[in-house]
Design a protein around this ligand. Sequence first.
Ligand code: ADP
Ligand code: ADP
Length: 231
Amino acid sequence: MLKINNVTKTYGDSVKYQALKGIDLEVKKGEFVGVMGPSGSGKSTLLNLIGTIDKPTSGSITLDGSEPAKLNQEELAKFRRNQLGFVFQSFNLMPTLTVEENIVLPLTLDGEKVSVMKKALYEVAVTLGIESLLKKRIATISGGQAQRVAIARAMIHQPKLVLADEPTGNLDTKSSRDVMGLLSRLNQEEESTILMVTHDPFAASYCEKIIFIKDGELVQEIYNNGNRREF
Ligand code: ADP
Ligand code: ADP
């Protein structure tokens, strides 16, 4: 489904720095993949490229055969909204809006009908157990609750691929467990494909496969059945 083919990323014009040095990676539909590696190894860069926030310097990234780097700004915005879901460490929710306003935001931006939005909102709220929070403002809920809301927003339009950047980074042990349980259930029950960057070994324990990046290169893949592959 997601194919990353010999991707490099170079930052800077005068002093060039190669943050990714030729990454090859394939993620299958329904997989839950973790990305780990030391700080500065290129994890965020990789996530930004896959998330179409930035473009590779060379190589290609395709999602079900379409290559976002080839789209114009308008097509790209649509691609991002329709095909991708983002869950960030800092939640990226609008503090002054209510929980339900935040969750339906991607659909509002697409001009979706209110009846369709309501149905989608109800389904995702039940799945994530946040029905009682819908009318509250983001500023008044806890970190663990906010992360659930962020996941609800990422899932509401049933994206092909969910990109999670340190989803447990700001959470206590119990909230981390809840959030990872949720992502895991979405992965197993809704067949969501998830790519998650994490430093947290507990969060990583939920992944079927973990890829390790070091100095911009893929160095190892470990599967949860114990198999591993070195590069
Ligand atoms: P990680 O997420 O693994 O910590 P990053 O992808 O953020 O790593 O960074 C990889 C390398 O690229 C680092 O050396 C970082 O300093 C550099 N880098 C990241 N973003 C930029 C940028 N916008 N401009 C220049 N260098 C950058
Ligand atoms: P709930 O969200 O209903 O409380 P759990 O958090 O216990 O459920 O588990 C949700 C899903 O995550 C289950 O499918 C379970 O198999 C899986 N899971 C729970 N703990 C772990 C773990 N430490 N590592 C990997 N998968 C786990």
